[in-house]
Design a protein around this ligand. Structure first.
Ligand code: GAP
Length: 517
């Protein structure tokens, strides 16, 4: 193998979300669902490249969690089995889990613009003095913030950054009297925002021909409950013993009040969840182990830089089931729309024995459902450590991380995916469409295709073919040129550095295997 050229990489330019969304649309990563009808808010489709990228992410998760050997904190292999449960479950499931009673978000409506907002995402800008005009906007929405600042400046006839008027408070914390003098984000009059009220996020449907309350059912808002409800089935039908885990990848649905930020907050999305069942006294040890392993997993698949953080929750942030637990943390990514802040990719929570006990109680069998520990001759409800990740948020983080503007290239950008995640692993090109080069390239393409997603491209100039592959994030481009045809070699161009190696044709399959493995 010999090196052919090594151009130097260009300096990094800032990433803009609009550019990433445009590339996703243009190159077929992500489309608006039912776009031909104007789309539908909160729903997204994956095109050919996006479907492969998301599939690679889910396969990596399933492979690393369920299929490969993992060694736990006790030095023993971690036992995890998979399930695939239904989206619609007996509605009693959601009463037991607390979702019917408490899976609510506060929302606020604007009577004038008919817009609806998540009340806990809205803040108000303006003086705390009696009678002062307040301007509401969605936190982190720079456009709305600018409009609020402009409105306040005009109304107060002074700089909106003057500390006397530049006070930002949560909308949820202001009084009814203050609400009456608040301008909504899309309103022309003050006082059009309603009092915040609770809104249940579960999508409802009916099973069977009669639509009444007896046929009411819900689309699952998390995959976790399918796992909990099957805990006893899995124990009875397999050889698992605590500590062990059950994993599931699948769709979840939440009627989000304000879906936004591309796929980040959607109404239909996919989760990758593990419920790991343990003895209560080992909760601290397992919690820390899962937290750290999950963080390193995201790093390994390409989120290795400073955009990824691990954030331990404060006590007042904890969910009802995690209050007394070993801890809860989030793995967060700095998306262009959250920067300089971060958005959640995965939560790791100690759910204690909340869910198993709740299902045991609601199905009427109570303590009879306790797990029997044969070794200790003891009955108890196992505690649970839950690493719960989003496949769509993970895919979005991979897209944002990979997006690398490079004005020196024909494409102006390349997608720096880790080879394991890249939708297309290699492009195979004949330099020209004559002299036997297409035949050699096609043979190599067929050979590689047996194992990997590779593309054959003979259209247009070699520069344009590189540009297409750069935008798709293909890590390697293999070109058959005249020198190669006579010497039985090809050049392999590395996407990021644009350096080229010359490799013998018969060694290329192993060369690719080693790098995308
Ligand atoms: N079983 C625990 C659970 O569902 P969660 O924090 O509500 O916890 C877990 O959700 C993960 O699911 C999140 O970290 C996120 O990646 C993903 N997720 C949640 N709501 C989402 C939404 N509306 N759109 C996209 N992904 C979402």
């Amino acid at each position: 193998m010999s090196e052919v050229t090594t151009p130097s990489p260009s300096p990094a330019a800032p990433k803009k979300m609009d550019d990433i969304v445009a590339l996703c649309r243009r190159r077929g990563f992500i489309f608006q669902s039912s776009e031909i009808y104007g789309g539908i808010n909160g729903f997204w489709d994956y095109g050919p490249l996006g479907a492969s990228l998301k599939r690679n992410l889910k396969n990596a998760w399933w492979n690393d969690v369920v299929e490969r050997e993992l060694i736990g904190p006790d030095g023993n292999p971690v036992d995890i089995v998979g399930v695939d449960c239904t989206i619609i479950m007996n509605p009693k499931t959601w009463v037991a889990s607390g979702h019917v009673g408490g899976f609510n978000d506060p929302m606020v409506d604007c009577k004038e613009s008919k817009s609806r907002y998540r009340a806990d995402h809205v803040v108000v800008l303006g003086s705390t003095a009696p009678g002062a005009r307040l301007y509401a906007f969605i936190e982190n929405d720079e456009e709305q913030r600018a409009a609020a600042v402009k409105g306040l400046t005009r109304y107060e006839k002074r700089d909106a950054l003057d500390p006397a008027v530049h006070v930002v408070r949560p909308f949820m914390s202001i009084s009814a009297e203050e609400r009456a003098r608040t301008m909504g984000p899309h309103a022309k009059e003050a006082g059009t925002l309603t009092e915040p009220r609770q809104f249940n996020l579960m999508f409802e449907t009916h099973c069977g021909a009669i639509r009444d309350e007896n046929s009411l059912a819900y689309l699952r808002p998390e995959t976790a409950q399918g796992i909990f409800a099957n805990f006893w089935n899995v124990c009875d039908s397999t050889r698992v013993r605590v500590p062990f885990g059950i994993a599931q990848i699948g769709k979840a649905f939440r009627n989000e009040v304000t879906p936004r930020n591309f796929t980040f907050r959607s109404r239909e999305f996919e989760q990758m969840e593990i419920e790991f069942f343990i003895r209560p006294e080992t909760a601290n040890e397992w919690y820390r182990w899962w937290r750290d392993w999950r963080f390193s997993w995201w790093q390994q698949i390409g989120l290795a830089g400073e955009n990824l953080i691990l954030r331990e929750h404060d006590r007042d942030e904890l969910a009802h089931y995690a209050k007394e637990g070993a801890g809860t943390s989030d793995i967060e990514y700095r998306f262009p729309f959250t920067a300089p802040g971060f958005g959640e990719l995965e939560g790791i929570a100690h759910r204690a024995d909340f869910d198993l006990k709740a299902h045991a109680t609601h199905c009427g069998k109570g303590d009879k459902m306790r797990y029997f520990d044969q070794e200790k001759n003891e009955r108890y409800f196992p505690h649970v450590i839950e690493p719960s990740a989003g496949a769509d948020r993970g895919t979005l983080a991979l897209l944002c991380e990979a997006y690398t503007p490079d004005p020196s290239r024909a494409s102006g950008v390349y997608m720096n995916f880790a080879p394991r995640m890249a939708p297309v692993k290699a492009g195979v090109f004949p330099l020209v469409n004559k002299d036997g080069l297409p035949e050699i390239a096609e043979r190599l393409y067929r050979d590689l295709r047996r194992k990997h997603n590779v593309e054959f491209d003979e259209k247009q100039s070699i520069g344009k073919r590189y540009a297409r592959m750069d935008e798709a994030g293909t890590p390697f481009c293999i070109t058959i040129d005249h020198d190669g045809a006579s010497s039985g070699t090809a050049t392999i161009r590395h996407r990021n550095t644009q350096a080229q190696d010359r490799v013998a044709l018969d060694q290329i399959p192993a060369w690719i295997d080693e790098r995308v493995g």
